[in-house]
Design a binder for this molecule. Structure first.
Ligand SMILES: NC(=O)c1ccc[n+]([C@@H]2O[C@H](COP(=O)([O-])OP(=O)(O)OC[C@H]3O[C@@H](n4cnc5c(N)ncnc54)[C@H](OP(=O)(O)O)[C@@H]3O)[C@@H](O)[C@H]2O)c1
Length: 235
C-alpha cells in the first residue's frame, strides 16, 4: 500500500509505539487518527505532530462506536487499523487479582476485537483493508509473572490467525507484530520501576518502522507475522 493520503487509525496513539508509528505514517503522507483515554495527552500529541485526535477507551464499546461514527462522518473511509493500545499487568499466579486480570484482557483482547469488528464495514464495503495487531514476544513464550499479560498477547495472536482466515477473501490483510522489549513508558505504566535508557535496546521508532514496512508492501502480498528483537542488547 502506498501510504500517501491513506486514512489510518492507530489506537494508543498518544505515546510510545503508537505515537512513533503515527508520526512515521504521517511523515509518509497518511492522514493519521490517534485514540487514547487521556484527552489532554492525546490532543497535545496530535497538535505537535499534525495528527487527528479522537479520544476513547478501546475497552468501552460505546467509545469504539463513537470513534468510528466520527471517522465515518469526517472521512467515510478507513484504509488501516493499527491495534496498538495495551498495557501490562505482571504478577505471580498466587497473587493474581481477578479485577486486574479481567481489566488487562478488556483492553488488550476485547478492545482489539471491538476495534477490528467495527472497522470491518469500512473494509468490506471497499473489499480492501489492513489490520495490524501489536502483540509481543510475550505472546510467543510464557514467563514467570506473565500469566495475565502474556495470556492477552497469546489471545491476540489467536484472534489474528482467525481473522486472517476469515478476511483474506475480502482483500483484508491481517498482520501481527511481536516486539520484544521496547523503551517506552510501558514498564512504568505496568506498575514497575523505570529503567534507564539503553541505546542497545529497541526504541518505539523501530517498531514504527516494522509497521510501516508491513503496510507498504504491495497489496498483492502480506507479511503475516513479524517479530522484532534488539540485535545485541547489553544489560
Ligand atoms: N514497550 C514494550 O516493551 C512492548 C513490548 C512488546 C509489545 N508492546 C505492546 O505495544 C503496545 C504499546 O505499548 P507502549 O510500549 O507504546 O506503551 P505506552 O507507552 O504505555 O503507551 C500505551 C498507549 O496506549 C494507550 N492506552 C492504554 N490503554 C488504553 C485503552 N484502554 N484505550 C485506549 N488507549 C489506551 C495509552 O494512552 P492512555 O493511557 O491515555 O489511554 C498510550 O497512548 C501495547 O499493546 C504493548 O503491549 C510493548
Amino acid at each position: 500500500m502506498d501510504l500517501k493520503d491513506k486514512i489510518i487509525l492507530t489506537t494508543g496513539g498518544s505515546a510510545g509505539i503508537g505515537l512513533a508509528t503515527a508520526i512515521m505514517l504521517r511523515e509518509k503522507g497518511a492522514q493519521v487518527i490517534i485514540t487514547a483515554r487521556n484527552q489532554e495527552k492525546l490532543d497535545k500529541a496530535a497538535a505537535e505532530h499534525d495528527l487527528i485526535a479522537i479520544q476513547g477507551d478501546v475497552s468501552r464499546e460505546e467509545d469504539v462506536q463513537r470513534i468510528y461514527a466520527e471517522i465515518r462522518q469526517r472521512f467515510n473511509r478507513l484504509d488501516a487499523l493499527i491495534n496498538n493500545a495495551g498495557y501490562g499487568y505482571f504478577d505471580l499466579l498466587e497473587n493474581m487479582d481477578r479485577e486486574k486480570f479481567e481489566a488487562v484482557f478488556a483492553t488488550n483482547v476485547t478492545g482489539a476485537m471491538l476495534m477490528a469488528r467495527e472497522a470491518l464495514p469500512f473494509f468490506k464495503s471497499r473489499q480492501y483493508g489492513n489490520i495490524v495487531n501489536i502483540s509481543s514476544t510475550a505472546g510467543l513464550k510464557g514467563f514467570a509473572r506473565g500469566g495475565a499479560y502474556s495470556a492477552t498477547k497469546f489471545a491476540l495472536k489467536a484472534m489474528t490467525e482467525c481473522w486472517r482466515a476469515e478476511l483474506r477473501p475480502y482483500n483484508i490483510r491481517v498482520m501481527l507484530i511481536n516486539p520484544s522489549e521496547v523503551q517506552t513508558d510501558f514498564v512504568v505504566n505496568s506498575g514497575r520501576e523505570a529503567r534507564e535508557y539503553n541505546p542497545t535496546k529497541l526504541q518505539a521508532e523501530d517498531i514504527a518502522h516494522a509497521v510501516c514496512a508491513a503496510l507498504e508492501m504491495n497489496d498483492r502480498g502480506f507479511i503475516t507475522e513479524l517479530t522484532v528483537f534488539a540485535v545485541n542488547p547489553q544489560g
